[in-house]
Write a protein that binds this ligand. Structure first.
Ligand SMILES: [Zn+2]
Length: 450
């Protein structure tokens, strides 16, 4: 057996007891966490591949439960403009989004996520197959769904073309070890009852996640009340699409009764605190949801909405926004915020048996956060340092499925086994950034015409 050992680390396991092992050792056997303990394990598992954690913190890989990664190509465009979605995003996507742009945006966004310690991301966009290809090349885990909506999209001339694409996409990726295909109707205001039920049937048939923007926008809420005399959550429940495979993105405009419904149906929640605040959308009542034991994870939303893709940045915001909003500094101790960033996200995606904590038998998705930078000292409370002092650039090493993808804060260049056509050179961070700069001009020209 070929073991890999990580030593000299403080292990924040995020198991049920939230055990912390100081000066710990974690042993990986291929893609699985094989043993966890103290230094005596070093004698038990002699091996060549040893990572010295240099007294840093080893945490479970962080999970981004909601984003539209490829939108990173539009980042910083149309900020601070009211009605950005319909004024800029939808027209720009119609004009410019093609396979190449989605693929490039996905590679760039995944690079940013990996460098920031995200090991699993949840994505909904167009040409989702390109996102899957980029994820496979760079080695990140992805829960990916093609957007379904009632008007022609960049990759479908027909309304609801996303449904047929989803079926094809699920068939293609359902047995992959890193990609989990999903069904992703965009929202209530872009899907009718019949197609939402068809999407739910697809999720049911293939046992794949279903994700959707829910209770996010004022106009979505008003329209639903006017048309159906029900809140969005109540309406979705009345048409039978909510289940324990359903992931609500946002869930801001919910009533007490809605929370009861979401709890009863064991629905997962992607909380996008940064994007929600920047978009002035409101504060989702996750304090109540989390304390009821519901499945709450953190997300960034698309990089045009929240401008970041990492979860470290979100963690501090969760604490600050909810403490401020509720006038209660006791809310959300830092350990609970790291819980949402890791095992909480895994629960929301029903992946908590495999990922989300550092436990024997789980998949080796791990992040080593260094503690040698000035912003990381002193340390009295590991969780507090991670949530309030750390930034994404403190992420030193990232392991996904037992493979070291980031080392010494740099992307590790690796052989691409899935394709023989990919030029190794195009996957360096510098090359990806150069390609992004080249499309920037084209995008700016198009935006100026809007
Ligand atoms: Zn979104």
């Amino acid at each position: 057996m070929a073991f890999m050992v990580i030593k000299n680390v403080n292990v924040l396991t995020m198991n049920k007891e939230k055990d912390i092992i100081e000066n710990g050792v974690v042993v990986l056997d291929d893609h699985i966490i094989h043993d966890i303990g103290n230094e005596e394990l070093l004698d038990q598992y002699p091996c060549d591949h040893i990572i010295d954690g240099k007294n840093g913190m080893l945490i479970p890989g962080m999970i981004n439960t909601h984003t539209h990664t490829s939108m990173v190509v539009f980042r910083s465009l149309g900020d601070d403009v009211p009605n950005r979605l319909k004024r800029y995003l939808f027209p720009l996507e119609k004009m410019l989004v093609d396979k190449g742009l989605v693929y490039l945006g996905a590679k760039y966004g995944i690079l940013e996520m990996l460098l920031g310690g995200v090991t699993t991301f949840t994505d909904m966009y167009f040409y989702e197959d390109e996102v899957a290809k980029a994820a496979k090349e760079l080695g990140i885990r992805g829960v990916l769904g093609e957007t379904i909506m009632n008007f022609p999209s960049p990759d479908s001339e027909e309304p609801y073309g996303g449904l047929a694409y989803s079926k094809w996409f699920i068939e293609k990726w359902k047995d992959d070890d890193l990609i989990i295909p999903a069904v992703a109707p965009h929202a209530l205001y872009t899907n009718d009852k019949e197609h939402l039920q068809m999407a739910a049937a697809l999720s049911d048939k293939y046992h794949v996640p279903m994700m959707m923007h829910v209770a996010e926008m004022e106009y979505e809420y008003k329209q639903c009340i006017e048309e159906h005399h029900m809140t969005p959550v109540k309406y979705l429940d009345s048409i039978g699409v909510l289940s324990d495979r359903f992931l609500v993105a946002h869930g801001i405009l919910v009533t007490e009764e809605d929370i009861d419904i979401l709890e009863k149906r064991k629905v997962g929640i992607a909380h996008n605190v940064g994007a929600n605040s920047k978009g002035a959308k409101g504060v989702a009542p996750i304090t109540e949801m989390f304390h009821r034991g519901m499945k709450v994870g953190l997300g960034t939303d698309g990089p045009m909405s929240g401008n970041t893709l990492d979860i470290v940045t979100q963690m501090s915001l969760v604490g600050k926004v909810h403490k401020l909003f509720n006038h209660d500094r006791r809310l959300f101790p830092a350990s609970e915020i790291l819980e949402m960033a890791t095992i909480g996200g895994a629960r929301a995606l029903n992946l908590d048996k495999d990922i989300g904590s550092i436990e024997v038998g789980k998949k080796a998705d791990l992040v080593l956060v260094e503690t040698s930078s000035v912003n990381m000292q002193p340390i009295y409370d590991y969780y507090s340092v991670l949530v309030y002092s750390a930034n994404p650039s403190n992420v030193d090493t990232v392991i996904v499925d037992g493979k070291v993808l980031v080392k010494n804060k740099q992307l590790v260049q690796r052989e691409v086994a899935t394709s023989t056509t990919i030029d190794e050179v195009t996957n360096t961070p510098l090359a990806i950034m150069e390609q992004l700069k080249r499309v920037r001009e084209k995008i700016e020209k198009a935006a100026n015409k809007l």
